[in-house]
Design a protein. Structure first.
Length: 240
């Protein structure tokens, strides 16, 4: 089994990712068993000045710092469950000591398997306004649509004032569902839960659109790759 390295930014998202790895692995390995996991977490407060300044080179430095730590601990590959961090991809991937699974590629692969063509996108303001999901989905002949500016404000405000602090009020869940309903009216056939905490708020059983849960999809892909069940079709390395 390959050793999984988790590069964490948000505590809530990293916890969900780790928990999903353990739960998923038990399906294949039996009770209490999973691949070795090393998680390295630089406090999100250290990342935020770089995000707010749009300094993705600096964000990439944090990604690389954590990658080196988990690699030194023996990790064979790395994942980062924080979608916005992937905006720094080009600034660090060529210097990474180990390969990575890319969260956008994992989500796009699931969308293709499901036959979806146009995904609504929920996430931080950085993710919703950024090019990562748009560019990845376009390479796979699919489309991504972020919410309107007003709806983006609703999504982003809840993330930073509630979700990252572990608060998931019913009022915010209903507001998110209203935003997703409006994306459905724009002919979206699925919605990307593109922030690690959003799957803890939005429920797939009553969501107006089928969900692409980026955190859990990444964790599940990591388990399959670690167990040799997937040869890494979404693996990226410094050689790419």
């Amino acid at each position: 089994m390959k050793h999984i390295g988790i590069v964490a930014c948000s505590a809530e998202g990293a916890a969900l990712c780790y928990r999903t790895i353990a739960q998923t692995a038990q399906q294949y390995l039996g009770d209490y068993n999973h691949p070795t996991v090393t998680l390295h977490s630089i406090a999100m407060g250290e990342w935020m000045p770089a995000f707010n300044a749009g300094d993705y080179r600096r964000v990439g430095e944090f990604m690389l710092e954590s990658a080196r730590v988990v690699a030194e601990a023996g990790a064979d590959f790395a994942i980062c469950p924080d979608n916005s961090c992937h905006l720094s991809w080009d600034y660090f991937i060529r210097s990474s000591p180990i390969p990575w699974l890319h969260i956008g590629e994992v989500v796009a692969a699931e969308a293709r398997r499901s036959g979806w063509k146009k995904a609504g996108l929920l996430g931080t303001r950085f993710t919703m306004k950024g090019p990562m999901y748009r560019d990845v989905f376009r390479r796979h002949s699919m489309e991504v649509l972020p919410p309107s500016a007003d709806d983006q404000q609703i999504i982003d405000d809840a993330i930073w004032s509630e979700l990252v602090h572990g608060n998931f009020p019913e009022s915010s869940r209903l507001r998110y569902n209203h935003v997703i309903t409006r994306l459905k009216a724009e002919r979206c056939d699925c919605v990307i839960l593109g922030c690690t905490e959003i799957p803890l708020l939005v429920r797939s059983d009553d969501c107006p659109l089928p969900t692409l849960d980026s955190t859990r999809l990444l964790a599940q892909a990591a388990v399959k790759y670690a167990l040799g069940m997937d040869e890494g079709s979404v693996l990226a390395s410094s050689a790419d």
